[in-house]
Design a binder for this molecule. Structure first.
Ligand code: 4AD
Length: 474
């Protein structure tokens, strides 16, 4: 007697979404645990692994994305979370009941399809299924709200919990996963230790204008973290090379295509690394991430997202490095009336980035433009040793970082000027009291990186449930 496990369909069983080098057996394989009768069923495979089953009879478990008919043929577009495949129901191959049913299934019916994997040159994934049988798991109880026509973005965002089922949105989320994995692998491969910073913090890290305040018991208020950096610095003094990776929060009052109020940031911090070392790390890190995304998702980028992958293939070292002063001159030369000391905003970033075919590193900013923790240029105290990376094609700043102030007195003064008290932040000054060393780091925004690599207009599509000034649901 075999123990029967519940037959789960859906995300609970999902593993790696994109094609795997070789089909990985499930830890809870249906074929190991089902009854003898069910053993006779064709093997359950994922669409991402379909190429390894050419000519075989298989079972797919998924949802009906779309369908059409032509004479004795019904074409079902079935998705299973790892991809979409056309399943062809030929009248002569199935029972009358199945043929009839296949013509009446509503969009998003959950179903299992059994059939033969056939090569098909016209298919974007190179294969289709010749259907022998299908079983309906559940028909929608009412019409699926997202049809195959154009919907306004507000409607889609309201229905984000369903919108993520569309092939395009699913592809973006798979690529986000690959970016996150590439980031973790990069730091793991380079001897960094993951260092988790708190989300509830006592004070501002990146200025007080974007703080989310939350009531905090008898202590009054706490703030949602804007960046894990300050804690990361403590980590670097303890562990040498660390990275903080987590959600960060900014009460941004800007409704732009690049701003969220909750976004994910990865922040490496390294003891004994200066600004130049920091820029080398940024460059190597970004080239590695882009390479991994291309290696795994070239097909999806081209065919689902219509992304020009040739421009991504040019993302190779070295990246151009220019000072803020040079950036201002370059922008001015285009007829813009920007002057030294002005913020380089989204539009100006685009003017600058358009002059290069790969990301550009901009460094040495006017000190007053930057946060209190930046080290000043020893040769010009008016400049901060910061560096931003601007992505090409108008995607804007994806990285901000630089070298940190190491001197106790200078840092204390900067903190006093920013209203950061010993009470809340004395611990941060301790890092300069006890064995202060040169150190640097940076923060890469995950959503802006996904937006750039996928070629998206707005960061709202880069995260499962975007949080913006005007949206906190679903
Ligand atoms: O330049 P920022 O503000 O840098 C910091 O927070 C530093 N403490 C990081 C560090 O040195 N450890 O933010 C870093 C990156 C930006 O380049 C951008 O990619 C992203 O975080 N970012 C946002 N992404 C989406 N929505 C927002 N509101 C963002 N604000 C910053």
């Amino acid at each position: 007697m075999k123990t029967r496990l519940p037959r789960t369909i859906g995300p609970a069983l999902f593993i790696e979404a994109a094609p795997l080098p070789k089909a990985q057996p499930f830890p809870f394989s249906a074929n190991d645990t089902f009854t003898d009768e069910e053993h006779a069923m064709a093997q359950h495979v994922y669409i991402a692994d379909i190429a390894q089953h050419a000519g075989e009879e298989v079972t797919l478990k998924g949802w009906l994305h779309n369908r059409s008919s032509k004479g004795k043929l019904h074409f079902l577009q079935v998705r299973d979370g790892t991809g979409v495949i056309q399943c062809v129901v030929f009248k002569g191959d199935v029972s009358e009941e199945v043929f009839h049913r296949a013509d009446h299934l509503p969009q998003e019916t959950s179903l299992t399809v059994t059939g033969t994997v056939r090569e098909d040159k016209r298919s974007p994934i190179g294969f289709e299924i010749g259907v022998k049988d299908l079983e309906v798991v559940a028909e929608p109880v009412q019409e699926y709200p997202i049809g195959h026509k154009d919907h306004g973005v507000n409607f889609l965002m309201e229905n984000r919990h369903l919108w993520i089922r569309s092939p395009r949105q699913a592809a973006i989320l798979r690529i986000r996963h690959t970016i996150v994995k590439a980031i973790r692998d990069y730091f793991d491969d380079h001897g960094f230790t993951l260092f988790d910073a708190p989300i509830l913090t006592p004070a501002a890290c990146e200025g007080t204008s974007t703080l989310f305040k939350v009531p905090y018991f008898d202590l009054g208020s706490a703030y949602l973290t804007q960046s894990g950096q300050l804690y990361g610095e403590a980590g670097a003094m303890a562990l040498g090379k660390i990275y903080v990776f987590g959600p960060t929060f900014r009460a941004e009052k800007s409704k732009t295509r690049r701003h969220l109020t909750e976004f994910w940031m990865v922040e490496p911090e390294v003891a004994y690394m200066d600004l130049n070392g920091d820029m080398d790390l940024m460059e190597d890190f970004v080239v590695t991430i882009v390479g991994k995304v291309l290696a795994k998702h070239e097909n999806e980028l081209k065919n689902v997202l219509e992304r020009d992958v040739e421009v991504l293939k040019r993302i190779q070292k070295p990246f151009p490095r220019i000072t803020y002063a040079e950036a201002i001159e370059r922008i001015k030369a285009t007829g813009h009336d920007i002057k030294w000391g002005d913020d380089i905003g989204g539009d100006e970033e685009t003017i600058l980035a358009n002059q290069f075919d790969r990301p550009v590193l901009m460094h040495h900013f006017p000190a007053e433009m930057k946060a209190f923790y930046f080290k000043k240029d020893p040769e010009n105290a008016g400049l901060a040793l910061g560096c931003d990376m601007l992505a090409p094609e108008g995607y804007g700043e994806i990285i901000g970082g630089g070298e940190r102030e190491t001197d106790f007195e200078k840092l204390k003064k900067a903190m006093d000027e920013n209203g950061l008290t010993e009470d809340a932040m004395g611990w941060y000054l301790d890092l300069r009291r006890y064995g202060s060393v040169p150190h640097s780091g940076f923060g890469l925004g995950i959503e802006r990186t996904v937006s750039w690599l996928c070629g998206l207009h707005h960061v709202r599509e880069t995260i499962p449930f975007a949080r913006m000034m005007e949206r906190v649901t679903p």
